[in-house]
Design a protein around this ligand. Structure first.
Ligand code: HAM
Length: 420
């Protein structure tokens, strides 16, 4: 029987992993530089956490969750995103009593049963962060700045930032009434999902994947034109801060985001290089979520970035890096005694943190040389009985085609100074 990876899942191969590791390292460093600390949350949670947290009118909850019953009869869901789990952990672990804001970042896999296409998978990875307890627009600007600094450190340019405000429950209630009056005469032309959303959450109709392109949706009243005074002030505050830091943005009244918990600020970083959806990173404020999950009312804000999409963008912008040579030197041996000496040297080199390799496959000397040449290792040393007798080996620089004689006793020191 021939097995293949499940639809929508992907192996990340040794030939590409270095770019993932580089991005992970840069993301962690940038988060640390803003005072965010890493949190690791479980891959699965009780289904209700997402139904309640993410929202039961969202596509994610109604159509895309990997939900199953475990052997104990519990309804379990593989996390479709990280925010709900981080909020649960924030409340459950008593972090609500820590000095605020509590800032946490994460690097997770997430699972959504979606139609596979470029940049869209069923198992994917997210870098994200959440910040709890800060109400004003300073923190909104801070988290956008995290993404901005991260992109710069990755060498990425020109990824457009789109921002919007979707108001608070007060202005949203008023707006929902307006939206319902607007959509009511057109309801018959709308898709089944929108007809259900009309009653439960009319705002969701604005970013419908089926009706979204229709004029009736495009011409709908915009929430940004109906914000209450506090929400307007918050949004103006964010704009002023982004301008002060020098982060360019476009106001995009059509961003409503696909998850129900958002209030006020929502934003997306978009690019044409990452598939039809175009969103590399999305986030926003969720001032009601901690309360909704039975925690003390605490404002929150965060974002998540699709790592597959980030790397598609890095590839399109030509900033992916060459695979580094972890193995710096290959030690070829010409006799049984030399094999043992090579093993000893390798052991010492590795204790010094120097990557090295010697033959493990029982190859002839000629085959070892061929293997070393093909592997692209930057340095080569050859040990035979003569070298053992003289106590000296030659280290060859494969790119420069030069050879340096080195005493066996000085071998490790020479390598640590010259080949790493
Ligand atoms: P989201 O917009 O659903 O937000 O996802 C964030 C990012 O994850 C997207 O912009 C995209 O890059 C990536 N993504 C989503 N679905 C897929 C997929 N099927 N395949 C590949 N990449 C995907 C959230 O998840 C929120 N939890 C973000 C957040 C955190 N808001 C506040 N805090």
């Amino acid at each position: 029987m021939k097995y293949s990876a499940q639809k929508g899942t992907k192996d990340i191969l040794p030939s590409e992993i270095h770019n993932w590791q580089r991005a992970e390292k840069i993301f962690a460093e940038v988060c640390h530089s803003f005072g965010y600390e890493e949190i690791r949350i479980p891959t699965f949670e009780q289904t209700d956490l997402f139904a309640r947290g993410v929202g039961d009118t969202t596509d994610v909850v109604t159509k895309e969750m990997y939900t199953f019953e475990d052997k104990g009869g519990r309804s379990i869901t593989l996390r479709p995103e990280g925010t709900a789990g981080v909020v649960r952990s924030f409340i459950e672990n008593g972090m609500t009593s820590l000095p605020l804001p509590v800032r946490m970042f994460y690097n997770i896999t997430a699972f959504r049963y979606e139609k596979m296409q470029k940049g869209r998978y069923r198992e994917f990875h997210q870098f994200g962060l959440e910040s709890f307890g800060a109400k004003g627009p300073d923190i909104d600007a801070e988290i956008i700045s995290v993404v901005d600094v991260f992109f710069k450190k990755m060498g990425l340019k020109n990824i457009g930032l789109h921002i919007n405000s979707i108001g608070c429950p007060n202005c949203r209630n008023e707006y929902n009434k307006l939206l319902k009056d607007y959509f009511r005469p057109h309801l018959a032309e709308m898709c089944e999902d929108c007809q259900a959303r009309f009653e439960k959450n009319p705002l969701r109709m604005i970013d419908c994947k089926i009706d979204g392109g229709k004029d009736v949706v495009k011409n709908a009243p915009r929430l940004i034109d109906h914000l209450c005074d506090e929400c307007k002030e918050h949004f103006e505050g964010l704009k002023a801060r982004l301008e002060a830091i020098g982060i360019e943005y476009t106001i995009d009244p059509n961003i409503v985001r696909g998850l129900d918990y958002y209030t006020r600020t929502v934003f997306e970083f978009v690019s044409e290089n990452v598939g039809t959806q175009g969103t590399i990173c999305g986030g926003g404020r969720y001032d009601g979520l901690v309360g909704l999950m039975d925690g003390p009312e605490t404002p929150g804000i965060g974002f998540a970035m699709g790592v597959e999409r980030l790397l598609l963008e890095a590839e399109a912008q030509g900033v992916l890096e060459e695979k580094p040579s972890y193995v710096r030197i290959y030690i070829a041996s010409m006799s049984e005694n030399a094999r043992i000496e090579a093993l000893k040297l390798c052991n010492k080199l590795r204790l010094e943190g120097i990557g090295c390799e010697t033959d493990m496959a029982g190859r002839s000397f000629k085959a070892q040389m061929k293997y070393a040449g093909k592997s692209g290792v930057p340095f080569l040393a050859v040990i035979g009985d003569d070298e053992l007798a003289n106590g000296e080996v030659k280290i060859k620089d494969m790119a420069e085609h030069t050879e340096t004689p080195v005493k066996l006793d000085d071998f490790v020191e020479y390598c640590s100074q010259n080949i790493v």
